[in-house]
Design a protein around this ligand. Structure first.
Ligand SMILES: NC(=O)c1ccc[n+]([C@@H]2O[C@H](COP(=O)([O-])OP(=O)(O)OC[C@H]3O[C@@H](n4cnc5c(N)ncnc54)[C@H](O)[C@@H]3O)[C@@H](O)[C@H]2O)c1
Length: 380
């Protein structure tokens, strides 16, 4: 099969925009993929951000305004990776222009913005998905398949967590992710929430109620001139959700924790998923990426066994099957999934998060804000 060339424009040439350029640069790592992506354009008002892309030989266009990329007819896919306060206008405009895109989470700064974006996407012919790469770790894929297989029996308890400690240093300067105006009132949930929502929602674990414990630990951070300015976003969020009966094959209601933390002492960048049932259980963390644990009951014993999934993710790679997998590989697999699905070639493989899943996650985060105010569990 000859892969179809895909010309990609990046809007927002920051941390994540650069990651995509690198992923495309090593695309030959994938075997028999139907698409051949190349980053041809970047739009960013910051000239320093744009200049980084001058080292990427395929990039021809360096725009200071994203509208320039929308007006062109030689860009197949846009990757939208800008601060959250810009999501709504940008995503709606791209959807209305009918251009396919992968939009960064949280897909709108709040529930209302996400709703508008999803309306525009639904009314458009564009193929749109939402960024969420952690489930593409091989151990996560195995855990998802195991949970989906029914091997857990009646489900008792699910935990989905993303924890890092980027904000543990009180002297770290303020930036857009630490201000409600630009990151969103949902704070850390906008930053990490889609990561914890994606797998549970994909498995059909749709919360009905949520009781939230939100914590803003660091209230001020140094501004560019060193003077302290308000840091008014939630640093940590622990959401205790109730999943109603009828939402999974087990037809039993169960509890589910969604935990997002920017200040989790001892954690560098750990995403984990655990699901326990009467017959089986499974847990995986990117902290120990080469193994996952499975629980079974055998010969009257309760047994946790360790499985090494190898280097086998959604799309086959030239790298050896015993080699270790990491964050950059997960990003590449997510893009492989998005571009294969866009070509109609994903088959039964795991798909990138959908706009509907992003909207569902926002409903949970909005209820979490209400719960923190009321001190009670809130119905979605
Ligand atoms: N999937 C992940 O693992 C992951 C990780 C980090 C961030 N993100 C998401 O990616 C998005 C961007 O985050 P980041 O960490 O790359 O931020 P960043 O601050 O590193 O980069 C954002 C870039 O957007 C640019 N920008 C600002 N206004 C713009 C405009 N009007 N038009 C075009 N560009 C503009 C900025 O100049 C900057 O270069 C956010 O939605 C964030 O939640 C996702």
């Amino acid at each position: 099969m000859t892969p179809r060339p895909v010309r990609i424009g990046i809007v927002g040439g920051g941390l994540m925009g650069r990651e995509l350029a690198v992923v495309c640069g090593r695309w030959p790592q994938l075997i028999d993929h139907p698409a051949a992506p190349r980053v041809v354009a970047v739009a960013d008002p910051n000239p320093v951000a744009r200049d980084w892309f001058r080292s990427i030989p395929t990039v021809e266009t360096f725009a200071d305004d994203w509208r320039e990329l929308i007006e062109r007819d030689d860009i197949d896919v846009l990757y939208l990776a800008v601060p959250h306060n810009l999501h709504e206008d940008l995503y709606v405009a791209v959807a209305e222009a009918g251009i396919d895109f992968l939009g960064e989470k949280p897909f709108g700064i709040d529930l209302a913005a996400a709703g508008h974006i999803v309306e525009a996407v639904d009314a458009s012919s564009a193929f749109v998905r939402v960024s969420s790469e952690m489930p593409f770790f091989p151990g996560a894929q195995r855990a998802i398949s195991y949970a989906a297989s029914g091997a857990l029996g009646e489900i008792l308890d699910v935990r989905s967590q993303f924890a890092h400690s980027s904000d543990i240093d009180r002297g770290k300067g303020i930036n857009w992710k630490r201000r409600a105006e630009t990151c969103g009132e949902i704070g850390v949930m906008g930053d990490l929430g889609m990561h914890v929502a994606h797998v549970p929602l994909r498995l059909g674990y749709q919360p009905e109620t949520v009781y939230a414990m939100l914590d803003n630990v660091v209230l001020e951070r140094p501004g560019p001139d060193g003077v302290l300015v308000p840091c008014d976003t939630w640093d940590n969020a622990l959401l205790a959700c109730r999943v109603p009966s009828g939402s999974t094959a087990t037809d039993r209601r169960f509890s589910m924790l969604w935990e997002t933390r920017r200040i989790a002492p001892g954690q560098m960048n750990s995403w984990s998923f655990e699901a326990l049932g009467m017959d089986g259980g499974v847990r995986f963390s990117t902290r120990t990426p080469t193994t996952l644990q499975r629980f079974t009951r055998r010969d009257g014993e309760q047994v946790w066994e360790e499985v090494q999934p190898g280097n086998i993710s959604v799309w086959p790679m030239v790298s050896g099957g015993i080699f270790e997998f990491g964050f950059a590989d997960a990003l590449m697999q997510m893009w492989a999934s998005y571009l294969a699905e866009r070509e109609g070639e994903l088959g039964e493989r795991f798909g990138t998060a959908t706009p509907a899943e992003a909207l569902a996650s926002h409903r949970v985060f909005a209820a979490a804000l209400r719960s923190d105010l009321s001190g009670r569990a809130e119905t979605l």
